[in-house]
Write a protein that binds this ligand. Structure first.
Ligand code: FE2
Ligand code: FE2
Length: 270
């Protein structure tokens, strides 16, 4: 029986790639298809191989090429679907690795770059950093807080029309609010369905991050971090210090300052 070696970045390996490989094995009568993760990729090769091993575990015809050399006569695999996954369709990744993509967030930066403007992506990274610092100060899950920061504005770049369509289906009662806050409600829907996020603490924190109407610790951390992250360009050391000691008081201070700012600068009665 024949074998062959197929090469791709597997950055990450997708459901479509696995399906195509299995189909090729069946149609061409391959006993084994060996998979070679090419050198170049966004993630380090060892990370891509870790995920590839998990993804092919159920399939006896697919096996990792373990040689350290770069084998000749490799067949290149069309890897376009990997880009789609990295850009925010984690639901299209190979089933065995979806959990890693959402729980470890190795492509969150790539996803942000695709869904958001450079300015918003930088803001989100900065929010994530402050979220991590505050979570560490309170003995909470710092990685979870970092992910909440990275994901909180993911649908803010969507048009009002696109966000409105999601709102009409999932949270029509919140459409009375300004379109500026709609992304708080559409991001959890997007994250749940396309990224497969099932972390309800993160989903809730994102839902509450514009109106500051959450009462959980992560809700408060995200609200505070969103308002005081360094790229906003003002000295927030007082707010940060208070938040390190007491999240409730920190969130109350930041909210009061935000309301005052809007009254003074924009003439809004909030
Ligand atoms: Fe936001
Ligand atoms: Fe934000």
């Amino acid at each position: 029986m024949k074998t062959c070696i197929v090469s791709a970045p597997f950055d990450p390996v997708t459901h479509e790639e696995i399906r195509r490989l299995l189909n090729a094995a069946k149609v061409n009568g391959f006993r084994k298809i060996y998979l070679y993760a090419s050198e170049e990729g966004i993630l380090p090769r060892r990370e891509r191989i870790r995920m590839l091993k998990l993804a092919i575990r159920p399939w006896r015809r697919l096996e990792l090429y373990e040689g350290s050399d770069c084998p000749e006569n490799m067949i290149p695999l069309n890897s376009r679907s990997e880009v789609t996954v990295r850009q925010g369709r984690y639901d299209l990744a190979a089933p065995g690795i979806k959990k890693i993509l959402i729980e470890e967030g190795p492509y969150l930066s790539e996803t942000l770059n695709h869904l958001c403007s450079p300015h918003r992506a930088a803001h989100s990274r900065s929010v994530a950093m402050v979220c991590r610092q505050l979570a560490e100060a309170h003995g909470m899950d710092a990685d979870q807080a970092w992910r909440a920061g990275m994901m909180h504005d993911m649908t803010k770049g969507f048009s009002d029309e696109a966000n409105g369509k999601i709102m009409k289906v999932y949270t029509p009662e919140m459409m009375e609010y300004s379109p500026k806050v709609w992304h708080s409600y559409t991001a959890p829907v997007y994250l749940y369905h396309y990224l497969g996020l099932r972390d309800h603490k993160i989903l809730e924190a994102i839902r509450h991050h514009t109106l500051a109407d959450g009462t959980g610790d992560l809700d408060r951390i995200l609200y505070i971090a969103d308002k005081i992250e360094p790229s906003r360009g003002y000295d927030a050391s007082k707010e940060m210090e208070l938040s390190r000691q007491d999240l409730k008081k920190g969130a109350e201070l930041v909210l009061a300052e935000s309301k005052q700012y809007m009254r003074e600068k924009e003439g809004l009665n909030v």
